[in-house]
Design a protein around this ligand. Sequence first.
Ligand code: F6R
Length: 365
Amino acid sequence: DKGNHRHFMSKEIHEQPEVVSHTLASFVDMVDETIRLPENLPFDWRNLRRLTISACGTASFAGMIAKYWFERYARLPVEVDIASEFRYREAPLEEGGLAIFVSQSGETADTLAALRYCKEQGQHTLAVVNVPTSTIARDSDVVVRTLAGPEIGVASTKAFTCQLAALASLAIGAGKARGTLSVEQERELVHALIETPRLMAEALHLEHEIESFSRDLAKASDVLYLGRGTSYPLSLEGALKLKEISYIHAEGYAAGELKHGPIALIDETMPVVVIAPYDHIFEKTVSNMQEVAARGGRIILITDAKGAAAASMATLKTLVLPEMPALVTPLVYSVPIQLLAYHTAVIIGTDVDQPRNLAKSVTVE
Ligand code: F6R
């Protein structure tokens, strides 16, 4: 049932404040503002020396974002890889390490093969899955559930932000267990998580603005997405979302990589979506934007009020989100990224919920 929505994808985008809140509730003590991880884990966070994350597509971008969190908050080195590469690479893994698998369906063939490889290599396995009865859930030592509910649209939206909510909670819990976060830091981070559903609801208010502006994007034949830090994997996700439902060619890049190649593509016909909350690397991203502007590129800036003021340059469009702690920007900035892809596809007239050539669950490699 799509409710009042034209497509499942729209319904699922709008459900995010609620399902993210649901997912967080299984890890967060709302009163004490602390994280509670599952007890009796078969491993001790303090003894881990490395974490391996494997997944495909959108779930792999959730894994890439989680790498920034585990490394920053738990001081745990993370290797993240797409499962189809990881499974055949014969990566050496130290006995007793932890491997995390992220999957909405829990049935993705490559992710399942990566899980089996890690088990053979003596890893503890933890699955972040949305379908609790799935093969990946059944075969993993620990199951962490995302409570997104059934996701019908082929393009993943709410499952992705719920994966982020679960992984952020795990990273903070790991930091707490490893003693790399103080009680005060933990409380600040958890407070930020608790605020996230409200911030996502605010982000949904940008919908009309995004919808009217999508007409411009629908005319493009190529779109570049740029970001730094956790906004870099989010730029990969933005590009994937746009290409899979609108069939417009799009690429995501780390903003710092611009001058190492993709800048050659930029001209007046090329929209460049810049994902840049006002943070410690904002100024670096601004200098990349200036390089784009100098070559006539048309900038769509997604930022907050401070970022909009500090960027002080002409953009085709600036979308202004509330200010928020760095931890939660990937969850909240997902909303305009998804809406942009959605409305562009609706204008073009593609089959948004069932894009050509795609299947919801990829059970063959
Ligand atoms: C993109 C998308 C795919 C999936 C990928 C993994 O919108 O939906 O990239 O994320 O096929 O699927 P799961 O999470 O079921 O393992």
